[in-house]
Ligand binder design. Structure first.
Ligand code: PMP
Length: 330
C-alpha cells in the first residue's frame, strides 16, 4: 500500500481492462485504458496537466494567472481541477450544445463558463477563436490551445503509450481511437510506433468528421453527423501532424451506442459515446487483423456525464437512436 503524494499525481497510470464481450466476439484480446478513472473522469486530465506544466516551465503563466480554453467540456474540467490544485483561475468557452452535466461540473469547479452557439471553425464565433480572444484580453492569461499545442500529445507519448507498452508487456498488435484534438490518437500512435514499428494504428472516425476521407484519399471531406461529444475533427491540427495511420474506419453513432449500452449491461461500465465508438473500432480492427491479436483502445470518459442524454430514453428517441430495453422499463 502506498500514499499518493498529491492530487495531481492521481492523473494518468490508469488501469488497462480486458473487455470480455468484445474479446469473445473476435477471438482477440480487446483491452481498454480506463481514462474515466482520472480525477476529472476523462482522458483530458492528462493533456490539461501537461499543458499547464509546460507553460509554467516556459514562464507563460505565473502566480494569480488565469487559464483560458475552448473545449467540448472535458479539457475544461481537467484544466479547472489542475488550476484549483495550482492556484490559478479558469475561463472556459464551450459550445452550448454540450451536455448539461459538463457545464454543471465546470461551474462546481469554480470555472467561469462562457457558452457560445455551435459554429463551424471558419466562423470567428467558434469556441476556439472566442477563447483565444478572451485570453488575449485577459491579464496574466494562458491560452491552453489544446488543438495546436503539442504539449497535449506529449502527455500521451510519455504517459498513455508508455503505460500501454508496460501493461501489455509489449504484447500489443493494434491500437485504435477517435480524434478530438488528436492528442490521444497521435500521441499513443507515435509512442507505440517508437517501440515497435509493426503495431497497427487505426483511426476510428465518427460520422460528420473529415479525417476518414483524408487518410483514405487525401481529401478533408465530412459526411453525415454525430451526437458524440469531444470527437469529430475537420482539419489537421498540429497534434495530428505526422501521426502514423495504417487504417481508418468510419463508425456511426448507432454502432457506438450498441457498444455503450452493452458495456453497461454486460460489464457494468457507464461510459460516453466516444468510448463506444472506440470499442466498435477495436472490434473492426480485430476482425481485420484476425484472431489471437491484442488490440488496445481508450475508454475516454464517464457516462455519468451523459445521464441526461445517452442514458435518457426521451433524448435517445428525439435523436432517432435506439432505446435499450433497460431504459425502456423506467
Ligand atoms: N472523447 C471525449 C469524451 C473527449 O472529450 C475527447 C476530447 N475532446 C476525446 C474523446 C478525444 O481526445 P483527443 O482530444 O485527445 O483527441
Amino acid at each position: 500500500m502506498t500514499v499518493t503524494p498529491d492530487t495531481l499525481s492521481l492523473i494518468g497510470n490508469t488501469p488497462l481492462v480486458r473487455l470480455a464481450g468484445p474479446s469473445a466476439d473476435t477471438g482477440c484480446e480487446i483491452l481498454a485504458k480506463c481514462e474515466f478513472a482520472n480525477p476529472g473522469a476523462s482522458v483530458k486530465d492528462r493533456a490539461a496537466l501537461f499543458i499547464v506544466n509546460d507553460a509554467e516551465e516556459k514562464g507563460l503563466i505565473g502566480p494569480g494567472g488565469t487559464i483560458v480554453e475552448g473545449t467540448a467540456g472535458n479539457t475544461g474540467i481537467g484544466l479547472a481541477l489542475v488550476a484549483n490544485a495550482k492556484g490559478y483561475k479558469t475561463i472556459i468557452v464551450m459550445p452550448e450544445t454540450q451536455s448539461r452535466e459538463k457545464m454543471d461540473t465546470l461551474r462546481a469547479l469554480g470555472a467561469e463558463l462562457v457558452l457560445v452557439p455551435a459554429a463551424p471553425y471558419s466562423n470567428p464565433g467558434h469556441f476556439v477563436h472566442t477563447s483565444r480572444r478572451i485570453a488575449e484580453e485577459t491579464e496574466n492569461a494562458l491560452w491552453a490551445n489544446q488543438f495546436d499545442n503539442i504539449a497535449n500529445r506529449k502527455a500521451h507519448i510519455m504517459g498513455t503509450a508508455e503505460e500501454i507498452w508496460a501493461q501489455t508487456g509489449g504484447k500489443v498488435d493494434g491500437f485504435t481511437c477517435a480524434v478530438g484534438t488528436g492528442g490521444t490518437f497521435a500521441g499513443v500512435g507515435l509512442g507505440l510506433k517508437a517501440k515497435r514499428d509493426d503495431i497497427v494504428i487505426a483511426l476510428s472516425d465518427p460520422d460528420g468528421a473529415a479525417l476518414y476521407s483524408y487518410y483514405a484519399c487525401g481529401e478533408l471531406k465530412a459526411e453525415g453527423s454525430s451526437v458524440a461529444e469531444g470527437i469529430g475533427q475537420g482539419r489537421i491540427t498540429a497534434n495530428l501532424e505526422g501521426a502514423p495511420v495504417d487504417a481508418q474506419f468510419r463508425i456511426s453513432d448507432a454502432e457506438g451506442l450498441v457498444q455503450v449500452h452493452r458495456l453497461l449491461e454486460e460489464e457494468g461500465l457507464c461510459l460516453g459515446l466516444s468510448s463506444g465508438i472506440n470499442v466498435a473500432g477495436a472490434i473492426e480492427l480485430a476482425r481485420q487483423m484476425g484472431p489471437g491479436k491484442t488490440i488496445v483502445t481508450i475508454l475516454c470518459d464517464t457516462g455519468f456525464r451523459y445521464l441526461s442524454t445517452l442514458y435518457n430514453a426521451q433524448w435517445l428517441e428525439s435523436k432517432g437512436l435506439v432505446v435499450p430495453a433497460s431504459l425502456r422499463s423506467n
